[in-house]
Structure formats: C-alpha cells, structure tokens
Design a protein. Structure first.
Length: 369
C-alpha cells in the first residue's frame, strides 16, 4: 500500500447544477495511492485474485497487482492510432470471464482512409492477448484526433453497449442513421446485432444503432435496479450531459445543447429544446469535462448506496450525485488534485480512480477514519 491522504470535500461556489441549485457541501474521504507510473491511463478493469487491467492511451495494456506492481506491456494488441484524444481506450471483462478469460477493449484504429473507433476481444493469456478479433468498426472513418468516445458496458442480457463520439468534424452526422458517428450502439459479444434493436430491418438505418444525437460520450454504466444504460458526454463550452439512453431516442446533438461553441458563438440556432429530442437528466454549465462513471452498490459507504459517481477532468474532482429515481437531487464534489479519467467500484467495495497524467495513478477511495 502506498501513501494515503485525507481530502476534504471542496465546495466550489462558482460551480452549480445545471438548474442553478448550489452544490452541496461534501464530507471527507481517504484517498490511497495504489499504483503510480502509468502514462495517461484511460480505463481500469478488475480481474479475479486482486489484479487489475489498465489501458494506457499510448496503446499499452498492463496488469497491476494488489501491491501496485505494474507489469510490462502485454503482447498482442492491434495497432492503435494514439494522439490527441485517440489511443487505447476502455477495457472490460467478459461477463463469463471465469470460463472464457476474455476481455473486450475499444481503441482508435488507424485506417487507410482515416481513423475510427474499433472494438476487439481477446483471451488473456500468460504473456499477453491471444485469439484477438476485431468485432466492430465505427463508420465512416475520418481524419483528426478528437471525439472517439468510447466506453463499453455489458447489459444484464449480455448485449454490449458501445458509446461512439462524432469525431468532432462529423458533428452533423450525429443526426444521421446511415453511419455511427455520435451514436450508442448495441451489439452481441461477436459484433452482431442482437434482437430488440430499434432500427433493425430498416434500409435507411444501421441496425446496431441504439440511440443517436450524441457528441462525445466518455462515461457509461448500467443502473443496478432498472438495468438501463446511463451515459454522460462532453458538451462543447458548457452543456456536459447525463442521459438515460433509451432505444431509438434522439439526444439532440448538435441541434440542441446547453453549451456554446468554443468561440462563444451559438451552436446552430442556439436551441436548448426541440420536439422529438430528449432533454438531459442532468447537465453542467460550466463544463466539468466528465470521464468515467459508476453506480455505487457496496457497503463501505452505506449512505452512498445507489449514488452515481463521475470523474471530472477539468476540475480534477470526483463528483457524487444523489438520485431520486431518474432525477439528480444533490451534487457534491471532492477535490482529487488531478484529472480523473475513470471511476470504478472495486470488488472490495471501495471506489477506484485513474488519473490522466504523465505519471498516472490508480487511487483507492475509502471513508475517512
């Protein structure tokens, strides 16, 4: 175990909920450094026996043991288009990992006609990845280095949700159903289209699309009671959103948003609402730059059961949201002091964070003693 520190909850008077309500004052947490020395880690997944898998954006996948020892990069990964916001992104274990030893991961894939988010699975062997297979490729490919998404979440029925950014220059295509820029897709474990997708059978829509009108979703989690997918996504300048993602729904980007362009000008007509387009469950102005998201279901923080936790890249915080059904009733923020890229609940009931730094860290969050 590495050094630990107490972090008092930080009340930021300038940061309010999207509806103008003040941020609630926070308590204190104990934050323990589990590992250090990862180059811009992006995602964390837990393995049986106390080990963790960690992706580094540069295109490396590593194992971290319970003492914080970091392995050499695992062999067998595909080529990764690392740069800007692209690289090796999310990683999750197969729901039947004990039998299959299979992991799934997303990454920005280099292609002859540009780049695009891809999803692959592989068996975790003694020296690295075996039997690698790319099961999904976002289309169309585009140049540039921005807005790849991408989080992975297995639904209770075994289907895999993948969040896909609109690649920034493809923002208008977030509204089009003949491609998968700015979409959430639902696929089976081999990349096929499972029963129940809303556009299956249509000739003018990709059958894997679950929802559209997204910008750059970098948080995804399955609600522990309802089984519904929740995502959050980056707004432009303001307008980060949390959405409950329902089949066939249009979440509005870039037609409606609570943000503005980075220049300060309106996005499109500057609309915040339009019939047929969903309103966010929660939003932030100014942006917190959210990344990583987890529902808390364990017993370590009994008062926080059912709460939603979100990392903030911009402010270096862990954000706790109290929920009343599908409504955020309170928000509090804890200052971590580094860009929080991922948030996971560990098998021990603690929360684990990954920090986006040159010497990136894994942090364990526990109640203050």
């Amino acid at each position: 175990m590495r050094g630990s520190m107490l972090l008092a909850g930080l009340l930021l008077a300038a940061c309010t909920r999207g509806d103008g309500a003040p941020v609630a004052p926070a308590g204190s947490l104990q934050v323990t450094e589990v590992a250090r020395g990862l180059e811009h880690p992006w995602a964390l997944a837990f393995l049986p026996g106390g080990r963790m898998l960690v992706t580094e954006k540069a295109g490396r996948l590593r194992l971290v043991d319970g003492r914080g020892a970091i392995s050499a990069p695992l062999e067998g990964l595909p080529p990764v288009a690392a740069g800007g916001q692209g690289g090796l992104l999310d990683v999750v274990t197969d729901p039947d990992f004990a039998q299959t030893q299979r992991i799934y991961f997303s990454y920005s894939e280099p292609r002859a006609d540009g780049k695009g988010t891809a999803v692959a699975h592989a068996r975790l062997g003694d020296k690295g990845l075996e039997a690698l297979r790319v099961i999904y490729r976002q289309q169309p490919s585009m140049g540039g280095h921005n807005h790849f998404g991408s989080r992975l979440a297995f639904a209770p029925d075994g289907a895999l949700f993948v969040t896909l950014g609109e690649r920034y220059d493809g923002m208008d295509q977030a509204q089009a159903l003949d491609g998968t820029l700015g979409k959430v897709i639902r696929i089976d474990r081999e990349g096929g289209v499972p029963a129940g997708n809303p556009h299956a059978g249509r000739k003018d829509a990709r059958p894997e699309i679950w929802s559209h009108g997204h910008r750059n979703p970098q948080g995804a989690a399955i609600h522990p009671q309802t089984g519904r997918l929740w995502v959050h996504e980056h707004g432009p300048r303001g307008g980060d959103e949390i959405n409950v993602v329902l089949p066939g729904r249009n979440y509005g980007w870039p037609v409606i948003t609570y943000g503005v362009d980075y220049s300060g000008l309106k996005i499109g007509k500057g609309e915040k609402q339009r019939p047929g387009m969903e309103q966010p469950l929660h939003y932030w102005v100014p942006s917190i730059a959210p990344s990583g998201m987890a529902f808390y279901t364990a017993d370590r923080f009994k008062a926080w059961q059912g709460n939603l936790f979100v990392g903030s890249l911009k402010f270096g915080q862990l954000v706790r949201l109290e929920l009343d059904g599908e409504h955020v009733s309170r928000e509090e923020r804890h200052d971590i002091g580094a860009r929080v890229r991922d948030v996971r609940q560990g098998p021990d009931g603690f929360l684990y964070l990954v920090t986006d730094e040159d010497q990136g860290r894994i942090l364990r969050v526990s109640p203050a003693r």
